[in-house]
Write a protein of this length. Structure first.
Length: 270
């Protein structure tokens, strides 16, 4: 079955397709209402060298070389579950992602939080920024880095208002509507296919039915003729079968009479 046949079948089953489209629209609207958008906030933090790495009265932003490796270590540490679990435990369903900032090649750390409300996203972004600072301090504490040689971290940007993210919402709505439409088209195609098969089967079996009807009619007419036969006619047809027996009997009597006549004639001659 090609595309044109499929489309014609769907048009023939419009009473299934039209309600299915209506249901798909209703499901899409319901999914849009039920599924809420995500709220996203971001923050960027810059790693700074220790005071001993900067000349007296030097500018720390001119001595950022070599801190990219430290930023990678910090991102790896923040990706551990034990660092983010305390924040996520208070905000079920939310997400936190800590990565290197792809917009720059410097030692910038990008933190992105996604939550179900703007207020929740604001609480989480501030908690994540503080957690990043604590994680960097803990790493240097373990190695016993002195205060003058410690790498510092500074918050450069932090969103004060969330950005609506409709991607997951739109995807869910589209999936729900497409599923309903596919089910509608499948049901309509099945109904049309079954109906077409029944029509073809009826068309192919009609000649045999006509022949059977003709044979039945002939048999009925023959039976009627047999029932309507006159008893006299039956005797007429049966009479010829009895004639040979009577002929044979009369012939035998003539032979007996002839034999008797010859016997009496011979006696007289003697």
């Amino acid at each position: 079955m090609n595309l044109a046949d499929t489309l014609r079948g769907l048009l023939r089953r419009w009473y299934i397709v039209v309600p299915g489209i209506v249901v798909a629209i209703a499901v899409a609207i319901g999914a849009w209402t039920v599924i809420k958008p995500d709220y996203e906030r971001t923050a960027t933090q810059l790693l700074l060298p220790g005071t001993t790495s900067i000349p007296e009265a030097g500018n720390p932003y001119l001595f950022l070389g070599g801190l990219s490796q430290a930023a990678d270590v910090l991102v790896t540490a923040m990706s551990a579950d034990n660092e983010l679990d305390p924040i996520l435990a208070d905000h079920p369903g939310a997400k936190i992602e800590v990565t290197r900032d792809p917009a720059t090649s410097g030692p910038m750390v990008l933190t992105t939080v996604t939550a179900g409300s703007d207020q929740e996203a604001g609480e989480m972004i501030h908690a994540a920024v503080s957690q990043t600072e604590d994680a960097l301090g803990n790493l240097q504490d373990v190695d016993g880095i002195t205060t003058d040689n410690r790498i510092g971290i500074k918050t450069i940007t932090i969103d004060q208002q969330s950005t609506l993210q409709q991607k997951n919402r739109l995807l869910s709505v589209a999936v729900a509507a497409i599923v309903v439409l596919l089910l509608t088209f499948v049901v309509a195609s099945l109904v049309d296919g079954l109906s077409t098969r029944r029509r073809r089967a009826a068309a192919s079996s009609s000649p045999d039915d006509d022949e059977d009807a003709v044979e039945t009619a002939v048999e009925e007419e023959t039976a009627d003729l047999d029932d309507a036969t006159d008893p006299l006619g039956t005797e007429i047809f049966e009479q010829p079968a009895a004639l040979p027996d009577e002929t044979e009997a009369s012939g035998e009597e003539e032979l007996v009479d002839t034999a008797r006549a010859r016997s009496s004639a011979s006696r007289r001659m003697r």
